[in-house]
Design a protein around this ligand. Structure first.
Ligand code: NAP
Length: 257
């Protein structure tokens, strides 16, 4: 449900799932800086979402935060209802909410682990993309827009002995990007993806590896982890008119990994 609201008149509306921390927060900051009104979705950490919303507003930007689980039908319904009721339009959607889990081999995965991972990373992301299409597609009376799906370099690496399930979930996101881009190509919507490599955010601690980014230099050709703002720059490009002839593309932002 929306907690704080401040809409910029005539602004384009961008929804970012998982927008309150890490890569999503960086996307929200950059989008607000360039005139988008940002809808910041998050699921649990009220303080982080409030801090980011306040920060954007203090900088002269427009932001609204929406607390809802992007891994459930009800949560996604609440997110898009908040957008509909507050703005009545949607111009951009960044499918960013995603989770990892603790390192395990495939034969040790529990059913519950897989259900959580795929509910958020795949089912939620696919359903949310569909909700965005319903609002933006010219076939539904919308005025077009852009979708950026956040995948991972893991989709191409496979992440053995760490989280093959996560890698597989991001492989599904890549296929979603390719198929959906073609499906809505004549309806004013561009759909692209970004595959971040190892980026310095809290996600690694949530998977039990708090030092993963700082200890990863040896396995990255550029010999350093990436920053959230470096991923956000790629996302902003794909959302922008500068990418007007780009759809179905998936851009690696991974330091060469
Ligand atoms: P992060 O630092 O862990 O931040 C996660 C964000 O997502 C938070 O805003 C969190 O909200 C929100 N979130 C988590 N589960 C959610 C749910 N069920 N519904 C709504 N919001 C939810 O993550 P990150 O590193 O920025 O990752 C963002 C995306 O990039 C993910 O899709 C991830 O797979 C992908 N990625 C990351 C890396 C990397 O190295 N960091 C690499 C490749 C791909 P709360 O604050 O309320 O918890």
């Amino acid at each position: 449900m929306p907690v704080l609201t401040l809409a910029a008149p005539n602004g384009k509306i961008l929804l970012v799932t998982g927008g309150s921390r890490g890569i999503g927060a960086s996307i929200c900051r950059k989008a607000a800086d360039t005139g988008w009104t940002v809808v910041i979705n998050y699921v649990a950490n009220d303080d982080a979402a409030t801090r980011l919303t306040d920060e954007i507003r203090r900088s002269g930007g427009a932001a609204m935060m929406v607390k809802a689980d992007a891994g459930t039908e009800e949560g996604i319904g609440a997110i898009f209802s908040a957008v509909d009721e507050t703005f009545g339009r949607l111009d951009g959607f960044v499918n960013n909410a995603g989770v990892v889990d603790f390192p395990q081999r495939v034969e040790d995965y529990s059913w519950a682990r897989l259900q959580r991972m795929f509910a958020i990373n795949v089912i939620g992301a696919t359903y949310a993309a569909g909700q965005a299409v319903r609002r933006m597609s010219t076939a539904h009376g919308g005025h077009g827009g852009a979708i950026v799906n956040i995948s991972s370099a893991a989709a191409q690496i496979g992440s053995p002995n760490q989280y093959v399930d996560y890698a597989a979930s991001k492989g599904a996101i890549d296929t979603l990007t390719i198929g959906l881009a073609k499906e809505v190509a004549t309806e004013g919507i561009r759909v692209n993806g970004v595959r971040p490599g190892i980026i310095d955010t809290d996600i690694h601690a949530s998977g039990g590896l708090p030092h993963r980014a700082s200890e990863s230099a040896d396995i990255i050709p550029m010999r350093r982890a990436g920053r959230a703002d470096e991923v956000a720059d790629a996302v902003m490009f794909l959302l922008s008119d500068q990418a007007s002839y780009i759809t179905g593309a998936i851009l690696n932002v991974s330091g060469g990994r």
